[in-house]
Ligand binder design. Structure first.
Ligand code: ADP
Ligand code: MG
Length: 140
């Protein structure tokens, strides 16, 4: 299994409830390393561009409004099989379906306000990391 990098976002529902540290402890316990990190407030346009893949979905506007409603923490996680590992630690999109011990099971408020984002494949990880970070900002 190769070392990978993946994009993680701690979403507004979690930053609002001061859960940044608790969520990052889950990643670190799973062996993922935070190799880049910044707290930012997305504009509506940035949120729309980041989630452009979901443009036709009924929840797109609600998702974009939510993502720019408060600060987010964007970060790059690195480790063995990091893309799938991050998705495992996050849990299912809908917290009602998320496994015990996952971030979404413990912290998510709803299917929309579900505390974390994680890239879903190698190509999207590369694109999503480049959306927020230059190579100089990623220190492994
Ligand atoms: P994931 O974040 O698990 O990869 P998706 O890529 O399918 O899930 O969806 C992106 C985000 O859109 C979700 O994390 C969630 O915040 C929001 N979302 C997904 N489905 C719904 C829904 N049915 N209603 C409201 N928001 C949704
Ligand atoms: Mg997704």
């Amino acid at each position: 299994m190769a070392t990978q990098r993946t994009l993680s976002i701690i979403k507004p529902d979690a930053t609002n409830r001061n859960l940044t540290g608790a969520i990052n402890a889950k990643f670190e316990e799973a062996g993922l390393r935070i190799v880049a990190q910044k707290r930012i407030r997305l504009s509506r346009d940035q949120a729309g561009a980041f989630y452009a893949v979901h443009k036709e979905r009924p929840f797109y506007d609600e998702l974009c409004e939510f993502m720019c409603s408060a600060p987010v923490v964007v970060q790059v996680l690195e480790g063995e099989n990091a893309i799938a590992m991050n998705r495992d630690v996050m849990g299912a999109t809908n917290p009602a379906e998320a496994a015990d011990g996952t971030i979404r099971k413990e912290y998510a408020l709803s299917i929309g306000e579900n505390s974390v984002h994680g890239s879903d494949a190698e190509e999207t990880a590369k694109q999503e990391i480049a959306f927020f970070f230059s190579e100089l900002e990623i220190v492994g």
